[in-house]
Design a protein around this ligand. Structure first.
Ligand SMILES: NC(=O)c1ccc[n+]([C@@H]2O[C@H](COP(=O)([O-])OP(=O)(O)OC[C@H]3O[C@@H](n4cnc5c(N)ncnc54)[C@H](OP(=O)(O)O)[C@@H]3O)[C@@H](O)[C@H]2O)c1
Length: 261
């Protein structure tokens, strides 16, 4: 399927690892000029080399903390100065924090709001005027299935991602006539951190990693964790010309975990 992505300029936050890196790779393979942003310079450089090797295309890296207002301004300015345009934003950098509610400090809430919510808000404020001028844009947020089924001990992440969903729908309405389509992709359990978590849970409980793995995947109908490239395929589709009638929606990529919820 021709996705019509050749030559498009795509910013991917959290593009140096996990779902963001896989998405950057996929978009680069489809002919996009990709810009990956993250904090750790070594990981950025290594991701850049990987993408350039796999996709045979040049990658721009921007070291930035997307929790910071000034860094978000810097990202978009640098991209526009370099390429003269920005067509696609994948606002993906985010974390979850596993803590009982009573152990959470107010700063935990503020930090996660800054990263999981305000980063996307600020980046939209910066990219949308450029997308309006060219009458074309795609904005995709990485959500989570915790929006529909809150995960245990993750109240902050659950709340930030649900709020992000509402923000996504609000701006999807507001900018639809400017040719800007805004959507969310909500991953279930992916093989990025889960292997580390499974080892930690095994040490904590004394159960074998195989036993823990079976428990972790028990509700995933496909019977395994997701692979980052399976998330990336959905990103490439939503970013493409082929998704021209889809906006304001949240697509779950979760191996059937939340069927019917
Ligand atoms: N993996 C899953 O199973 C799963 C499930 C549900 C939702 N999600 C969501 O999917 C997204 C990606 O998750 P992942 O598992 O791919 O994460 P990951 O493997 O930990 O990668 C996170 C990426 O974000 C960057 N990052 C983190 N904090 C940042 C900051 N303040 N500023 C800029 N970059 C930052 C990291 O690089 P640096 O550390 O160098 O900055 C890295 O590139 C997140 O929004 C997460 O909530 C994932």
């Amino acid at each position: 399927m021709e996705l019509g992505l050749r030559g498009k300029i795509a910013i991917i936050t959290g593009g140096s690892a996990g779902l963001g890196l896989a998405s950057a790779c996929e978009l680069a393979k489809e002919g996009c000029h990709v810009v990956i942003c993250a904090r750790n310079p070594e990981r950025l450089l290594s991701a850049k080399k990987d993408i350039e090797q796999i996709a045979n295309s040049k990658v721009l890296t921007i070291q930035a903390d997307v929790s910071s207002f000034s860094d978000n301004k810097k990202i978009v300015k640098e991209v526009v100065d370099h390429f003269g345009a920005v067509h696609i934003l994948l606002s993906n950098a985010g974390i979850s924090l596993t803590k009982n509610f009573l152990d959470l400090e107010i700063n935990d809430w503020k930090e996660l709001m800054d990263l999981n919510l305000y980063a996307g808000v600020q980046l939209c404020k910066e990219v949308i005027p450029h997308m309006q001028r060219q009458k074309w844009g795609r904005i995709i947020f990485t959500g989570s299935t915790s929006i529909k089924q809150p995960r245990e001990k993750r109240s902050v992440a659950n709340v930030t991602k649900s709020t992000l969903l509402n923000f996504m729908k609000s701006i999807a309405n507001e900018f639809v006539l400017d040719g800007i389509l805004v959507n969310m992709i909500s991953p279930g359990r992916f093989d990025t951190h889960w292997q580390d978590r499974i080892e930690a849970m095994s040490l904590e409980t004394g159960k074998s990693t195989d036993e823990i793995y079976s428990e972790v995947i028990k509700d995933i109908k496909i019977g395994r964790l997701g692979k980052p490239e399976e998330f990336a395929a959905a990103v490439a589709f939503l970013a493409s010309e082929r998704a021209s009638f889809i906006t304001g929606t949240n697509i779950q990529v979760d191996g059937g975990e939340l069927r019917g919820v």
